[in-house]
Design a protein around this ligand. Structure first.
Ligand SMILES: *Cc1c(COP(=O)(O)O)cnc(C)c1O
Length: 439
């Protein structure tokens, strides 16, 4: 994009000027419309998501066996929803903003196996691929007990097949750990910003890690190119994968069940606002889609992005999706938020969400760190920095007077996307960084 085009866009969409200046902003999607129409337009149906959910149930006995930490939940990989009233108080005081209703945290930081939201889509896609191969080779029927996937003949089959993925870290962990467990030959193409401990952990599990001096998009591109040359290699395409999206979308029915169980209601008079940290878009997009299927117009979904990497915000505002990057607006895509350092969004996700998403907002790295420390101090919950991006959501929607956001009966659900795998020393560093400059 040249300077003239850039100036034209800023004139058309003045909010872009603030985005260029790296201010924390909220964008309300003017195309946001009724859910039924948006879902119909997406081409993805409730039946597609149910198919994914059923597949995860078929694999539950296997998961419970090979990942004993999931045995208590019978092999279903799910996280709790936790009320955080002390954090709500601290947030309200810090931002001098009254926050009506309830503040809840969806703790994907505590998801078993890989400790982030990627344990939804990533693990699902690997399981689906394994099932497809096992069915093709006559090793299994859909009504068998899938605990058989732990048997040697399955591992022998998968050892002749490859799985590859490009990742800034967490998707690599999820795909790598699951694929290696099944016996696949798995390669993770890692961007320069990926943390050393993630690379080490993967290598310990027998995963091949290829490192790039470049950013996420480059790692994905290289991974895709190498995989395309090999018919026995399945490439997990973070930018375009329907399976990843469906795996994430299963979260919708799980949240609906948890909300019902907790005695909360979501309806016209009791709106649910959800704040989802967004990188390339698959995780938050899939989850938001699943929530729309459950709650329709009564759920209001927002994506949260770093001020240095607001790729989905820019992509959706301009409607250019993956034909625009944050660099086109002079932003450097530098952020400490793992998984969110993405310069170009998924057009696949952006187009599915174009009338289903209520808006996007941005958050500075320093705000994430401050909130990280605040959450430890108030609730003793430890998240990685990116997982805090959702936490300013309630403040943003209330201050910008988003309809219904300040009703007394609203529920604000902050999606905490990761954290439990972070080594303690690393977490102590994050905590320290958030304390600096605090009142
Ligand atoms: C990957 C990731 C996200 C965002 O998911 P995308 O599918 O890339 O949009 C958010 N938070 C964490 C911790 C992640 O690892």
């Amino acid at each position: 994009m040249n300077e003239t085009n850039k100036a034209e866009w800023v004139e058309k969409l003045p909010l872009l000027q603030k985005i260029i200046e790296k201010k924390e902003v909220l964008w309300q999607n003017p195309l946001n419309a009724d859910s039924a129409t948006g879902i119909a337009r997406s081409g993805i149906t409730a039946a597609d998501v149910k198919d994914a959910s059923d597949r995860l149930k078929r694999f539950a006995s296997y998961i419970a066996k090979v990942f004993p930490e999931t045995a208590a939940a019978n092999g279903i990989i799910e996280s709790p929803i936790t009320a955080i009233p002390k954090m709500k108080e601290a947030l309200a005081a810090t931002y001098e903003t009254v926050i009506p209703g309830k503040l809840l945290l969806k703790q994907d930081n505590a998801l078993p196996i890989s400790g982030s939201i990627k344990a939804r889509g990533g693990i699902y896609e690997v399981l689906k691929h394994a099932e497809t191969l096992a069915l093709e080779h006559g090793l299994i029927k859909q009504d068998d007990d899938y605990v058989k996937f732990a048997d040697p003949e399955f591992r022998n089959l998968f050892a002749t097949h490859k799985i590859a993925v490009g990742s800034t870290g967490n998707l690599g962990l999820s795909i790598g750990i699951m694929s290696a467990k099944l016996g696949f030959n798995v390669t993770v193409h890692m961007s320069a910003d990926a943390k050393q401990w993630k690379k080490n952990l993967l290598r310990e599990k027998g995963v091949t890690v290829v490192e790039y001096a470049d950013d996420y998009s480059k790692a994905v591109e290289e991974g895709r190119r190498q995989a395309e040359a090999d018919p026995l290699c399945h490439f997990v395409d973070d930018e375009n994968s329907l399976d990843l999206f469906l795996g994430y979308a299963v979260a919708g029915e799980r949240v609906a069940a948890q909300i019902k169980e907790s005695g909360l209601h979501v309806d016209e008079n009791n709106p649910l606002f959800v704040y989802l940290p967004c990188g390339v878009g698959g995780g938050p997009g899939g989850v938001a889609f699943g929530l729309k299927l459950q709650f329709g117009d009564n759920v209001h979904c927002f994506f949260a992005e770093p001020t240095h990497s607001p790729c989905m915000t820019i992509g959706m505002m301009t409607g250019l999706h993956d034909e625009v990057s944050v660099a086109d607006f002079g932003l450097d895509n530098q952020t400490a938020a793992d998984g969110l350092a993405v310069g170009t969004p998924s057009a696949f996700v952006g187009k599915k969400m174009d009338t289903l998403l209520e808006g996007c907002y941005t958050i500075a790295d320093e705000t994430m760190f401050k909130l990280l420390t605040m959450l430890v101090d108030t609730e003793e919950i430890r998240l990685e920095p990116s997982a805090l991006a959702g936490m300013t959501g309630p403040i943003q929607v209330i201050r910008n007077e988003v309809p219904k956001s300040d009703s007394a009966s609203v529920t604000h659900l902050v999606w905490a996307t990761g954290g439990s795998m972070v080594p303690e020393t690393e977490m102590d560093m994050y905590y320290g960084r958030g304390r600096i400059g605090r009142k």
